[in-house]
Design a protein around this ligand. Structure first.
Ligand code: NAG
Ligand code: NAG
Length: 308
């Protein structure tokens, strides 16, 4: 090597070779640029460095810019003057594995919140760092949690029902799917509400709507399901057929109305004295009509639900 500057000043001739005290450079090399771990597993974050000096003044700093707050990196672990200092929230989970020859660290019982960009900074004076920093992206994956299925909507035949499904956890974000699984398997169009919940709208409900519905939350690590069982009856449950109870109810109502009519006619015939009583009877009749009307309203359909 030629000395390009006399400012270095220390060149000497040794056995016909020009020898200059060139300052050594420390170089950091990341053996991986990105890593994936499954939540709960251990992961080794590699950081190699090359230096020509001894390790007496070695200094290593690992920082993390978490995915949740990339703008505010935190210190993970530091090696300085022979001492190791750990982030209090990581004590018991992180340690150097190869000091002083490598700056690798091991992270145990990984959590999703450990995901982010890790930087490994190494200094070893008097070496100059060139560059003394390496970066590594860590993703911590987790399987979907058990989704929660629910439904709401109109219970009458011809009404509409909404099936909803939401999942709390999962990295990558789980895909939500709705299917009818019995009596026939059909895949249903899902309306996503945010990233973690999806619903299905069923309009014009009929007895054909009855069946078992499954919501599945899937990512690369697996699938979790929840179910809704819809049973839609055209009659009151337990009735032998859809027609008979309705017919009976109509007959009963007709008889009551007929009786009232007879009473009113009879009161009318009895003359002036019957007026006050007649008014009272009308009131009774109105109340009875309301009662019957309510009963009819409940009759046409009944929907049962259950969660599995
Ligand atoms: C992490 O786990 C490994 C092996 O499972 C163990 O040897 C190491 O001591 C653990 N590190 C910490 C900081 O607990
Ligand atoms: C609802 O369904 C019934 C039978 O399933 C059908 O006759 C009717 O036309 C449907 N109504 C609408 C609005 O789709």
């Amino acid at each position: 090597a030629f000395c390009t500057s006399v400012a270095w000043g220390g060149c000497r001739v040794s056995r016909f070779v020009l020898v200059c005290p060139v300052p050594a450079a420390l170089r950091v090399a990341m053996r991986e640029s990105s890593l994936e771990a499954v939540r709960g597993d251990s992961v080794l974050l590699p950081c190699s460095f090359f230096t020509s000096s001894d390790f007496s003044r070695l200094n290593v700093i690992w920082t993390l810019a978490p995915f949740s707050s990339p703008g505010s990196p935190v210190q993970v672990i530091v090696y300085d003057h022979g001492q190791v200092i750990k982030n209090p929230s990581l004590i018991g989970r992180v340690d150097f594995t190869g000091l002083p020859f490598s700056a690798d660290i091991m992270l145990n019982e990984t959590r999703v919140s450990d995901g982010g960009i890790y930087r490994c900074m190494v200094n070893n004076p008097p070496d100059t760092a060139d560059p003394g920093v390496g970066e590594l992206l860590l993703s911590v994956l987790e399987p979907p949690s058990l989704p929660v299925c629910d439904w709401d909507g109109a219970i009458d035949v011809g009404g509409s029902v909404r099936l909803s499904c939401s999942v709390e956890e999962g990295v990558p974000i789980p895909e939500i799917r709705w299917e009818k699984v019995s009596p026939v398997e059909i895949s249903l169009p899902v309306n996503m509400e945010g990233e973690l919940s999806g619903s299905v709208q069923i309009v014009n409900v009929s007895s054909q709507t009855s069946g078992l519905y499954r919501c599945s939350a899937t990512n690369v690590l697996g699938t979790e399901n929840c179910y809704v069982n819809l049973a839609i009856y055209n009659t009151a449950p337990g009735g032998p057929s859809g027609v008979l109870p309705g017919v009976l109810l109509t007959l009963v109502m007709a008889l009551v109305l007929l009786a009232l009519l007879v009473i009113i006619l009879w009161l009318h015939r009895t003359g002036q004295d019957g007026r006050s009583r007649r008014r009272r009877r009308r009131g009774d009749r109105k109340a009875e009509e309301e009662e019957c009307y309510n009963e009819i309203r409940y009759t046409p359909s009944l929907m049962k639900r259950s969660f599995v």
